[in-house]
Each structure stands twice: as structure tokens, then as C-alpha cells.
Design a protein around this ligand. Structure first.
Ligand SMILES: C[S@@+](CC[C@H](N)C(=O)[O-])C[C@H]1O[C@@H](n2cnc3c(N)ncnc32)[C@H](O)[C@@H]1O
Length: 261
């Protein structure tokens, strides 16, 4: 896509931004081109937030911590990334071509090259400024990317404003079912056609063993997982249906759900 084409597309995407009453572009657009809807309110959208969830939201705010995470992940987790990108590719292929997809949380843009193959534009959204600055510095894909700092609990996009939402590796950092429900309701609200959502399955071998271990030792277990049944119920409540739910490996607790509307 030419630079002119990219800029035109960006203007179209900006139309889907949802500003709080009385506020507009000037209140949120930073000089470096990142839209910042956080303004010190990282827990926005949730009346109550678990301490572990809150702590995780602060983890990659600096460029240094985001860089060290992304470089380390690239070095250590190549096999995992290969498996995940193969699943993501197959799920996205069923919905291509798509105009705009929300990649939330984007992290440092690990999955953007895969998503970019199936869409005309990506909205990269994360709560961490460090991660978004890393995306801007390092992303080399040809489709336009709009970077937004916002919480998944309060996505500043209009209803049905993107073809699909992709939410990978966030839900297992949320320590209550209410938080997962709020996140899913937002992802489904902004998506017209589909949501791809990764989660840790409570009924996986790994998590079943973990539960037993805690029961035997008698220590309480605060869980970050969810069952496929619980996910299905929440999904239905907000107008979606689970169409596929592959695990990333036979002994892996992580699954990718394809939710269609
Ligand atoms: C493990 S990374 C995953 C990034 C990317 N999806 C991937 O698979 O490489 C999780 C990201 O979630 C972001 N995050 C944490 N809490 C969030 C929230 N409430 N809303 C949006 N992003 C959040 C973190 O800043 C971090 O970049």
C-alpha cells in the first residue's frame, strides 16, 4: 500500500474511535501518533479489579521493560510462536479478507505480521505505552496500523466497528471470571463478525493436576483459568457462539477459541 493509501485508510479508521462526551481528538492524540485513552485510569471500566490483574497492567509501561520482554520472548519461545501463528492463520483464513481487525492486546506486535496477511488495517491496542512504542519502533508490515493505549475493559471503539477482535494471551492474566466476562463483552461489542480469544482451560491436564496438588497440600488456589463451558455461556450472553476451540498442543493448557457472531 502506498503512503497516501495508508494515510487515507488511517482517517477511515479514526472514524470508529469512541470519545467520552465533550472530548475529542485533541484530548487523546499524542505527538508521536499514539492515541492515549488511559490518562492514569488503568482500571477504567471495572468497578473492582483483582490485585494480580492490576499489577500485570503496570508491567510493560516503560519502553525498557517492553523491549526486554519482546526480545526475550522472541529468543526463548520460537516453537510456541510457530504453533500459535499456525492456529491463528487457520482461524483468520476462514474470515479473510477483512477490512479492519483489532489486535488487543497487541503487546510488542508479535502477531501483527500474521494478522496483517489477512486484513487491510490493524488497530493495535494495549494498556502499556512501552509496548505500543515498541510496535511503532519495530513493526515492519505493509498494512496500516493505528496504535491505541486503552484498557480491554473499556475499548474506545464504536459498536461493530471492526470485522474481528483478536485477543491473545491476556485472559490468563485476569484473576476473576467477572474480568474475563467484561473483556469478552467488549471484544464482542466492537466486532461485527468474529472474536479470536486465547485462554487457559481449567479442565486441561496441567490445570487439573495443579488443582489436585493444591487440594492435597491444602493451599488455596486463585485461578486464572476458565472452562470451555463457562466461556460458551459468557459468549452466548453477548451474542456469540464458539465455532472452534483448538489447544496449542496435546499437553498444553492454552486454547484458542474462534467465536462467531
Ligand atoms: C503476554 S502479552 C500478549 C501480547 C500479544 N497478544 C501476544 O500474544 O504476543 C499481554 C499484554 O496485555 C497487556 N495488558 C494487560 N492488561 C491489559 C488490559 N486490561 N487491557 C489491555 N491490555 C492489557 C500487557 O501490557 C501486555 O502487553
Amino acid at each position: 500500500m502506498t503512503q497516501d493509501g495508508k494515510e487515507l485508510h488511517m482517517k477511515d479508521i479514526e472514524e470508529v474511535l469512541l470519545f467520552p462526551q465533550g472530548k475529542g481528538k485533541r484530548d487523546f492524540l499524542r505527538l508521536d501518533g499514539i492515541w492515549d485513552f488511559i490518562d492514569g485510569e488503568a482500571d477504567a471500566g471495572m468497578p473492582r479489579i483483582e490485585p494480580e490483574t492490576s499489577k500485570y497492567q503496570d508491567k510493560y509501561q516503560s519502553v525498557v521493560s517492553a523491549k526486554s520482554y519482546n526480545v526475550g520472548y522472541q529468543r526463548r519461545k520460537q516453537k510456541r510462536t510457530q504453533k500459535e501463528t499456525a492456529i491463528l492463520r487457520s482461524l483468520l483464513a476462514g474470515h479473510a479478507p477483512a477490512e479492519t481487525v483489532l489486535d488487543m492486546p497487541s503487546g510488542g506486535g508479535r502477531l501483527s505480521p500474521v494478522i496483517g496477511k489477512f486484513v487491510q488495517a490493524i488497530i493495535e491496542m494495549d494498556i502499556s505505552l512501552g509496548q505500543l512504542l515498541y510496535v511503532r519502533e519495530n513493526s515492519r508490515i505493509s498494512v496500516p496500523q493505528l496504535c491505541i493505549r486503552a484498557s480491554g475493559f473499556q475499548i474506545p471503539l464504536k459498536d461493530g466497528s471492526v470485522d474481528g477482535s483478536v485477543c491473545i494471551r491476556l485472559s490468563h492474566h485476569l484473576y476473576s471470571l467477572e474480568e474475563k466476562e467484561k473483556l469478552l463483552s467488549e471484544l464482542l461489542r466492537v466486532a461485527r463478525r468474529f472474536v479470536i480469544f486465547s485462554f487457559v482451560d481449567s479442565n486441561s491436564l496441567k490445570y487439573t493436576l495443579r488443582r489436585w496438588r493444591h487440594r492435597i497440600v491444602g493451599t488455596p488456589l486463585k485461578t486464572n483459568s476458565i472452562t470451555v463451558g463457562e466461556l460458551g455461556k459468557i459468549t452466548k450472553k453477548y451474542g456469540g457462539n464458539i465455532a472452534a476451540c483448538p489447544a496449542i498442543g496435546p499437553f498444553q493448557a492454552h486454547r484458542y477459541a474462534l467465536i462467531v457472531k
